[in-house]
Ligand binder design. Structure first.
Ligand SMILES: *[C@@H]1O[C@H](CO)[C@@H](O)[C@H](O)[C@H]1NC(C)=O
Length: 412
């Protein structure tokens, strides 16, 4: 009996102390802490859901539970779940959220019904009345959040695109505030909607305002591509998200495909006398910087390191004017070859623990319903194979497991 009791307390105690989900999160200088005051480091994968169908990928091949189990198997603690503003436009302006059957038919044409049938075969909780997000009790986004909660994984929502399609190029109409498909009022309404809607998910912790802002190829927007415009557009959107849900962290992303956030870390002049001052925010303990990196062909780790640091990671340093957490919410490489042994992959694997900073790899899945016009598009950068049934490359996954462990160990 005595033996039994001590065995029980030895195993039960840690899980009681760190009961999931311990939300809301907040920031303390450059750290992110949970509601119990323990450090939290984002370690996870992107799960794309902002393509034409606007349903998270992979469900025609696997159940939600099986995909989440794969993420869990890597000991990852969050998913960066991407969505398109068009989904909210449909709800607000086009008679409510559409059923997933219609969404597949619309995006995939004559092939849509076959894919839909495979989705409900793998995920029998869904059916004819299931919608993407809203209005029935069996929506896909809710079901994914519920399964992630069950497996103790957090949700970070990312507004990936305005119009649902593959991201990102300079001519895709989604580049910059006011671009052809990037209407600022719709964007802000969509963010508010998702911030509010996701309140019911126990594991919802943060929201990224916009993926990879970039310079339009042509005169797509009347708003100048510069930091002062960024400031004028991003701050009101962040205010609106904070008002809709004061609990969640807000991830700010930068220029040039979210590779540049330097003046946010340093507080330098953004033009027109505007300066980013974290202390001026009412919700200064909720703001995080996100950066992306795809310097895949770089052969010198020192260049990646100095570039990332100067472009924003310096916010995690001791002398930054605006001391903030920074998360590398996208990086990735071909999983089908030996890229995991090359400078880019090994460098980021070293830097994240070195800086005690979090990350999300692009991406978990092995194929898209449709990407750039091609259906059942093969994603060679995906951690999983085409059918999402097993790892694409066990050696690359072994290396990734090492990155997960080293990152989590770096922060106590
Ligand atoms: C978070 O981790 C850092 C680095 O290990 C440490 O200095 C800091 O005190 C930790 N914060 C908390 C709240 O544990």
């Amino acid at each position: 009996m005595r033996f039994h009791v001590s065995l029980l307390s030895a195993t039960a105690l840690p899980s009681l102390l760190h009961a999931f989900p311990n939300v809301p999160f907040q920031t303390q200088d450059r750290w992110i802490v949970d509601s119990k005051g323990a450090n939290f480091t984002y370690v996870g994968a992107n799960w794309p859901g902002a393509g034409e169908v606007m349903i998270p990928e992979g469900l025609q091949y696997q159940s939600i539970a099986s995909i989440v189990s794969k993420i869990k198997d890597l000991k990852m603690n969050h998913v960066r779940l991407t969505f398109a503003i068009e989904m909210i436009d449909d709800i607000k302006e086009r008679g409510g959220d559409v059923t997933i059957r219609k969404a597949f038919q619309k995006a995939l044409g004559s092939n849509g019904d076959k894919v839909y049938q495979n989705v409900i075969k793998n995920n029998p909780q869904f059916g004819a009345s299931t919608t993407r997000l809203q209005l029935t009790p069996r929506q896909v986004f809710d079901a994914i959040a519920a399964e992630l909660t069950k497996q103790q994984i957090y949700v970070h929502l990312d507004n990936h695109m305005s119009k649902g399609k593959w991201c990102c190029g300079g001519g895709d109409g989604n580049t910059w505030f006011g671009d052809t498909d990037f209407k600022v009022p719709n964007w802000r309404r969509g963010l508010e909607f998702m911030a509010d809607y996701s309140k019911k998910w126990p594991n919802m912790v943060s929201l990224g305002l916009h993926n990879e802002l970039r310079k339009p190829d042509n005169a797509g927007s009347s708003l100048a591509y510069k930091w002062a415009t960024w400031y004028d557009q991003v701050i009101p959107a962040a205010d609106a998200v904070n008002k809709a849900n004061p609990n969640i962290l807000i991830f700010l992303s930068g220029l040039d495909y979210d590779t540049k956030m330097s003046p946010i870390a340093t507080g330098d002049d953004l033009g027109n006398g505007k300066k980013f001052r974290l202390t001026a925010f009412k919700y200064k303990n909720k703001v995080v910087i996100e950066l992306h990196n795809y310097q895949n062909s770089e052969t010198k780790c020192a260049s990646i390191e100095s570039g990332l640091w100067n472009n924003g990671f310096r916010a995690t340093g001791t002398v930054a004017l605006n001391k903030m957490p920074v998360v590398l919410t996208e990086f990735g490489f071909n999983q089908a070859d030996d890229s995991y042994t090359k400078t880019y992959a090994t460098c980021l694997k070293k830097l994240m623990p070195q800086w005690s900073t979090g990350w999300a790899v692009w991406e978990i899945g092995g194929s898209y319903y449709i990407r750039s016009g091609t259906q059942d598009f093969e994603e060679t950068w995906g951690l999983l194979n085409h059918e999402w049934s097993d790892w694409r490359n066990k050696n690359a996954i072994g290396a990734l497991r090492g990155m997960v462990d080293a990152t989590l160990k770096a922060v106590v």
